[in-house]
Each structure stands twice: as structure tokens, then as C-alpha cells.
Design a protein around this ligand. Sequence first.
Ligand code: SAH
Length: 362
Amino acid sequence: MIQDILKKQKLNREDIIYLLSVTGEDEKTLFRHAAQIKEKTVGNTVYLRGLIEMSNVCAKDCLYCGIRKSNPNTNRYTLDENEILSAIRFAHENRYGSVAIQSGELNSPAFIHKVDNMLRQAKEITHNEIGITLSCGEQTEETYRRWFNSGAHRYLLRIESSDELLYYRIHPRDRNHSYDIRVEALKTLRKIGYQVGTGVMIGLPFQTVEHLADDLIFMRTLDIDMCGMGPYIEHKETPLYESREELLSIQERFRLTLHMIAILRIMMPDINIAATTALQAIDKLGREKAIQVGANVLMPNITPGKYRDNYSLYENKPCTNENADDCKSCINIRVQMVNHEVGYAGWGDSKRFEKRKFNLSH
Ligand code: SAH
């Protein structure tokens, strides 16, 4: 049965639901198949994005997130220009190739200017060598364009859940948290010319395998270039914590995430898929396991150590007591352990994006 599904050119909703649920030998077959597809299309190179958590100041109130505006117990911080640039310099000197700059969501002119300025300086001090992914939430088309013109070329904006009803069970239902605006933002990013990434949380309360299958179909329909998705991990100081009785076990959420990665790799062989930090919060080798079943991007944290505790999106976030240098030595060993190699110095752009660009210009 599983062999028949894996032979198909295009998986349908029922196929995906079936694959999300396989266990035992069938699960191994699924993972092996995804690994083979990855090797054939994007190879066994893992690209790095040095992750800089720029600020945990956030104007949003997402019901699952530890740095939501209404959590009074978060120590708010914003990295200053020197701290950001020295993290970027570190990534460049260690040939990481790219950085990913993530932040709580702000739309103030001061924030927009700060990001813009940082982008220009990052390009200048690295002689245009560093690749930059932004993950700074929903912004206007004008802001996205400004940042693109200043050097950002990839943007990650998770849809969190592609099901509108579920979306509003995990976000306040107001203008500041509009599902339609988030979907529109993804389309705007594509129009401007970014490599566009999205993703979802896996194992949310009220989420079914049907929702997850639809999430994967949403990604295929949008023809995304990159994906970052991870298990939902409850945080005590958030409203969604009240629904913890509804949750799958943490191990089930982990396993489901590996399935999602493997199936997405089969559905979209040439995109970039991140092995996300939340996997490592559950299993010390979580990210390596994700690489083995289809992921090809790692985001080692290069935020200055003293701030890391405060970017607590969820509980048990790993490596918060370390510095960038500690991660550096760890990466090679981890990647080699699963018979992959690190793609140093290159941007490691999405092959999907390169192909689409080529097709448009020919
Ligand atoms: N403000 C940016 C970045 C948000 S933080 C934006 O809106 O894109 C990055 C991601 O962390 C979120 O997109 C969300 O998917 C994830 N996250 C937040 N809380 C989480 C939790 N409790 N468990 C797992 N992932 C979480």
C-alpha cells in the first residue's frame, strides 16, 4: 500500500493523511524514501543560517507564544547595532554563509529603520557576501520592498496553521491578527522577489491530521521556496496553556513533525527545509533526525548568550546558556554524525527558487 502511494507523481489529501499516520516498517519506508529524494535533488549538504534573535519586544498577542505582548514576565530586550553587527561578523568569519534575523513583531518607523540600517551595514561589512533571511512578521508592501532593496533576499513568515478556524483558536480574533493579511503578506513577498518560506506548528491543541495534510497542500499550492516547521511546545505563561489536556504527548508531536518533514520533501523535492530548534528542545538529536528524513538547513543560534534566556517562545528552549562559539564546534560533529556535510560559505539558496527564476526568464 505505502509503495503504491510513494510511486505517485502527486500525492492527494488521502495519501498525505495515510502517510502522516504510518508506523513501524512503513514509517521506515517513508523516511528512507524522503532521504533518497533529498539526496537526488538537493544532495546531502546542510546549509547554515546563523540565527540572531534581534528583539523579543512584540506588538502581537499570539495565544501560544511566550514573548506575546501581554506576558508581563518576559524581560524585554533589543540588541543594539554593535551586538547585531558583531554576530553578523562572527557568522561571516566562520563561513556560515547566511544569517537569519528574527524578531518580535513591530511596525514602528524606528524598528523599520533599524532593520533597514542593519541590512545595509551587514552587506557592507561582509562585502556583500553574507546571505540574509528575515523573519520579522507582517509588514506593509513598502517595508518589505525597502528591506529587499537593502539586501534581504529570503523571508520566513509562518502561517502557523493554514486552517482559518484553527488559526483563530490560537490567535486573538482582531485586526492585528488577521488570517487574510498573513496570507496576503506571503503573496506580497513573492511578488517583490523574495525567496518565500512559511511553516506551521505541529501538535497544536484542536489540530487534526486533516489540518496537517491541508497545511502541506497549502505550501504546495503557494509553491513556497522554504519551510520551517516544528512541534508546538506549551508555555505556562500563555493562554493556550489552558488547553494542554487536549495535546498529544510530546513524543507524538515530535514524531508527527518528522513525518511532516519527510512528506513535504517528497511533495516538494527541491525546496529548503529547516531542522528547527523546537525539535531539539524535545530530543537532543532532534535536528539530526530531521536532517535524516529530509531537512537541509540548520539555524545555529548566534544571539549573544546573555539574551538567549529571554527569547523564550516555548519552554526548555535549548542552548540558552551557550555562546556562538560553543555552537560552532558542535555543528560539524552533529552534521557528520548523520553522514552529511556542512555547506560552508555559500548562501545555500532554494533550488526551487532558482528554477522558477530560470523558467520566468526563458
Ligand atoms: N514575529 C515573527 C517571528 C515569530 S517567532 C513572525 O511573526 O514571523 C518564530 C516562530 O516561533 C513563530 O512563527 C512560531 O511558529 C514559533 N513559536 C512561537 N511560540 C511557539 C510555541 N509555544 N511552540 C512552538 N513554536 C512556537
